[in-house]
Design a protein around this ligand. Sequence first.
Ligand code: DQA
Length: 150
Amino acid sequence: MSEPIVFVLNGPNLNLLGKREPEIYGRETLSDIEAACRALARELGLAVDFRQSNCEGELVSWIQQARETASAIVINPAAYTHTSIAIMDALATCSFPVVEVHLSNIHRREPFRHHSYVSRVASAVIAGCGAHGYLLALRHIAHLLQKARG
Ligand code: DQA
């Protein structure tokens, strides 16, 4: 049997990780995070499809694609977390685990970051663990998929 596919989707400006406000988002680049996700996924028996886009519509299309081919989504929607009904609606159509990840703890930052449209439809939310949050999300998904297999 082939490995379950997990889409790891990243929203706007996350391509700048490492250079962008490192005191908030850390010094690891998105490529570092991708490499760490791939290494852990291998251990967990998962296949990772890792993507980043600055465009809301592209993220929506990828979520629709995941519905057809993936077993779970890890998503850091970045600023779209706080604005995008389109991303929330797309995720609401997914009948598999969706884990929302934020590098920073959005709840101890500016008030406009406290509300997440995505949290309304996410199975789980991880915030404030830095890049490690992505790995925690993959472990949680592996746990859920294993439980579902029985
Ligand atoms: C973020 C938090 C968002 O508020 C912000 O717009 C981001 C990154 C995080 O990972 O902490 O771009 O999603």
